[in-house]
Write a protein that binds this ligand. Structure first.
Ligand SMILES: NC(=O)NCCC(=O)O
Ligand SMILES: [Zn+2]
Ligand SMILES: [Zn+2]
Length: 484
C-alpha cells in the first residue's frame, strides 16, 4: 500500500520546491513530479514539511506531590493534532532509584503513545550506581542525552561537583548533557523571604525567579561543560541574561544550544498579575513568563541562530492540581501545556509576522533538534529513506485556540482565545494518517521508541579538540634536586 502527497510545496530547513511525495512501509520512497499511489492526499496550497519534534515534554511525570495530567496517550494525541510527530520525554529517577529502573517505568507508560518518542535520562542524584548505569543507558538503551536540574533544591537539584562529574561522564560516553539552568539556592532564599513578607500568590513565583538566577546558572553550566569537554543543551531559555550567556559562548566557539519555549515567546509576565488566582496559577512554570524585552531577545536569537530549537516543556496540571498552592505559591505544581499549540502559535507569531521564514520554522521545530539528537535524517527530513513523519501544512487554515476543543486532558489552555492561522491539513506518523483535515485518526500504541546513537559529530569534534589541547607535563632536562 502506497500513499502519495500531491500538488504541495516541499519545505525543508534549507529548500522549498514543488514536488509530490510517495510513501511506502512508513518511509519516503520517492520525491518528484506526477507520482502515483494507492491513497492520495491533496496538498494543493499547502507546504509539505517534516513533522515537528518536541524535545521537551513531561508526560505523567511525578512532580511536586502529584503527576502531570497529560500522559503518553493524551499527550501524543495532542502532539499529532498540532503537527508534532515525535516527542522526547524525561525519564526521572526518584532519589536513590537506579537509572535503568526509571527507564523501565517510562517504558511501561509510553506503550500508549500515538506518535514516536524517545527519552532523555535525568540525573537527579549522584553515586557509583549512576556513574556505571550511564554507560548501559547510552550503549544499550539508545539514550544519548542526560538532563540536570540546577533548580528545585531538596528535590531534583544537583550540585556543582555532581554536575562536573556527570558532564565528564557524558564526555566519555559521547552523550550530551542538558541543563535546567536556574540557581536553586537563590530561588529557595528568595521564596522564603517572599513568603515571610506575605507574598503568597502566584505572582510571587515570578518574583522568586528573576532573570539573574537563570543567567547565572546558564553561564555556570556553560563553563562547567567547557571544562568537562562536552557540548551543552540549555532547556527553556527564557530571558536575555541566559540567551546572552549562550550567545557569548557560541561566539567563543563553544558548542552550546539554547531552547526557547513557545510559551515564553508568546506569553508575558502580566499573566501573573491577573486578579483571578486560577488564571495566574495555571501559568506558573519555571522559568516564569518574562517581559516584552526578553521576548524580543528570544525571537532575535531564533532569527540570528544563537537559539536553536523551540519546545513546549509540556507538563500539564489541572486547575484542581494548581490549587494545591493556595496560600503558598511554592506548592503550585510548576508546568504548562502547549504540545498541540507549538507549531500553530510559532507559525502565526513567527512566520505570519515575518520574524521567521518557513525554512527557519522547519529548522527550529524539527531539523535542528534531529541533528542535535543524532537522529537526522531518519527524523526531521523530507528525503528518500526518511521516516514519513510529515505535515501537510495549510497556511490559510485558522482557528481560535480553546480548551473545549483540545486533545489535552486538562481543563484550560494557556493560549485560550488566541487566533492562529496555519494548521495541519494532514499529519502523518510513519506514513499513517493521524490527522485528516481536523479529524483525529491516530492510534494508541502506534508510537515507537526511537533509539539514538552516541558520539554525534559535535561530540567527536569536541573530543578531538580537547585531546589535542589537554594539559601535558613539560619535558625538562635539568631538574634541580629537591630542596628537602
Ligand atoms: N518547567 C516547569 O515548570 N515544569 C516542568 C519541569 C521542568 O522542566 O522544570
Ligand atoms: Zn525545567
Ligand atoms: Zn521540563
Amino acid at each position: 500500500m502506497t500513499t502519495v502527497i500531491k500538488n504541495g510545496t516541499v519545505v525543508t530547513a534549507d529548500l522549498s520546491y514543488k514536488a509530490d511525495v510517495l510513501i511506502e512501509g512508513g518511509q519516503i520512497i520517492e520525491i518528484g513530479a506526477d507520482l502515483k499511489g494507492d491513497e492520495v492526499l491533496d496538498a494543493t496550497g499547502c507546504y509539505v514539511m517534516p513533522g515537528g519534534i518536541d524535545p521537551h515534554t513531561h508526560l505523567e511525570m511525578p512532580f511536586m506531590g502529584t503527576y502531570s495530567t497529560d500522559d503518553f496517550e493524551s499527550g501524543t494525541r495532542a502532539a499529532l493534532a498540532g503537527g508534532t510527530t515525535m516527542v522526547v520525554d524525561f525519564a526521572l529517577p526518584s532519589p536513590g532509584q537506579g537509572l535503568l529502573d526509571a527507564i523501565q517505568m517510562w517504558d511501561n507508560k509510553s506503550t500508549r503513545a500515538h506518535c514516536d518518542y524517545s527519552f532523555h535520562m535525568a540525573i537527579t542524584w549522584w553515586g557509583e550506581q549512576v556513574f556505571n548505569e550511564m554507560e548501559t543507558v547510552v550503549r544499550e538503551r539508545g539514550i544519548n542525552t542526560f538532563k540536570h536540574f540546577l533548580a528545585y533544591k531538596g528535590a531534583l537539584m544537583v550540585n556543582d561537583d555532581e554536575l562536573y562529574a556527570s558532564f565528564s561522564r557524558c564526555a566519555e560516553l559521547g552523550a550530551i548533557p542538558l541543563v535546567h539552568a536556574e540557581n536553586g539556592d537563590v530561588v529557595a532564599e528568595l521564596s522564603a523571604k517572599l513568603l515571610a513578607a506575605g507574598n503568597t500568590g502566584p505572582e510571587a513565583h515570578a518574583y522568586s525567579r528573576p532573570p539573574q538566577v537563570e543567567g547565572e546558572a546558564t553561564n555556570r553550566a556553560i563553563m562547567i561543560a567547557d571544562m568537562a569537554g562536552v557540548p551543552l543543551y540549555v532547556v527553556h531559555t527564557s530571558c536575555e541574561e541566559s540567551h546572552e550567556a549562550i550567545r557569548r559562548a557560541r561566539q567563543a566557539g563553544k558548542r552550546v544550544w539554547g531552547e526557547p519555549l513557545i510559551q515564553h515567546l508568546t506569553l508575558d509576565e502580566s499573566e501573573y498579575f491577573d486578579k483571578d488566582w486560577d488564571h495566574a496559577a495555571r501559568r506558573v512554570m519555571s522559568p516564569p513568563f518574562r517581559n516584552k524585552q526578553h521576548q524580543d531577545s528570544l525571537w532575535a536569537g531564533l532569527q540570528a541562530g544563537s537559539l536553536s530549537c523551540v519546545a513546549t516543556d509540556h507538563c500539564a496540571f489541572t486547575t484542581e492540581q494548581k490549587r494545591y498552592g493556595v496560600g503558598d505559591f511554592t506548592k503550585i505544581p510548576n508546568g504548562t501545556g502547549g504540545l498541540e499549540d507549538r507549531l500553530p502559535m510559532l507559525w502565526t507569531y513567527g512566520v505570519g509576522t515575518g520574524r521567521l521564514t518557513p525554512n527557519e520554522f522547519v529548522a527550529v521545530t524539527s531539523t535542528n533538534i534531529a541533528k542535535i539528537l543524532n537522529i537526522y535524517p531518519k527524523k526531521g527530513a523530507v528525503l528518500v529513506g526518511a521516516d514519513a513523519d510529515l505535515i501537510v501544512w495549510d497556511p490559510e487554515k485558522s482557528k481560535v485556540i480553546s480548551a473545549a476543543s483540545q486533545q489535552s486532558a486538562i481543563d484550560y489552555n494557556v493560549f485560550e482565545g488566541k487566533e492562529v492561522k496555519g494548521l495541519p491539513r494532514f499529519t502523518l506518523s510513519r506514513g499513517k494518517v493521524a490527522v485528516y483535515d481536523g479529524e483525529m485518526r491516530s492510534e494508541e500504541g502506534h508510537g515507537k521508541f526511537v533509539k539514538r546513537e552516541p558520539n554525534g559529530s559535535v561530540n567527536r569534534a569536541l573530543s578531538s579538540w580537547k585531546e589535542l589541547t589537554a594539559p601535558r607535563p613539560i619535558q625538562r632536562s635539568g631538574i634541580p634536586a629537591s630542596g628537602v
